[in-house]
Design a protein around this ligand. Structure first.
Ligand code: HEC
Length: 150
């Protein structure tokens, strides 16, 4: 925070520097683009699932990939996923990108979720934030393993 504006030239240099920083990743750069582990691959399939294992379709609007669309894992739109707190003026929030998500706890707009798991064990309401009610504990672990590769 500063009171005087940054001179234009310095501002350009600062912006250039920031734009060239690699995004924070939670896996080593040497693993980026390499094959996923079996658990990560199972989690990836959950993220991109169009239907539950018994064939029940997952509505388009509730699929992770609809809102968290690659490559940035966001559609850049305001969405409601049942996370409105009593003091929030609206339940619509920017759909966050998920790049480096494993390194950016806490989660949700007010940081109420301390871990990725809590998004679905504690703060999921009526399958409003993706359809997670059919997941086993192991499947949630797989999904989290996949998210940490982004
Ligand atoms: C309808 C659109 C929509 C769908 C479907 C959706 N999300 Fe989200 N997601 C959001 C929004 C909006 C937020 C931010 C909510 C908030 O801050 O209260 C969010 C937050 C998150 C976060 C926390 C990000 C952060 O920085 O705090 C993760 C991780 C996440 N979503 C993963 C998923 C996964 C995995 C699925 C599928 C099981 C999914 N989302 C389905 C819109 C969606």
């Amino acid at each position: 925070m500063r009171t005087d504006p940054i001179p234009t030239r310095q501002l350009d240099e600062l912006a250039t520097f920031i734009e060239h920083l690699p995004p924070t990743r939670t896996i080593p750069w040497s693993r980026v683009g390499k094959p996923l582990t079996p658990a990560e691959e199972r989690g990836r399939r959950l993220f991109f699932a169009n239907q539950q294992p018994d064939g029940t379709p997952i509505p388009l609007a509730l699929r992770c990939q609809t809102c968290h669309r690659p490559p940035l894992f966001t559609d850049r739109l305001l969405r409601s996923v049942g996370t409105k707190a009593p003091r929030d003026a609206s339940g619509m929030f920017d759909t966050p990108h998920l790049i480096g998500i494993g390194a950016s706890a806490p989660y949700l707009h007010d940081g109420r979720a301390k871990t990725l798991e809590e998004l679905w064990t504690t703060y999921q309401k009526n399958d409003l934030h993706g359809v997670s009610s059919y997941w086993s504990k192991e499947q949630l672990n797989d999904l989290v393993e996949y998210l940490k590769t982004l």
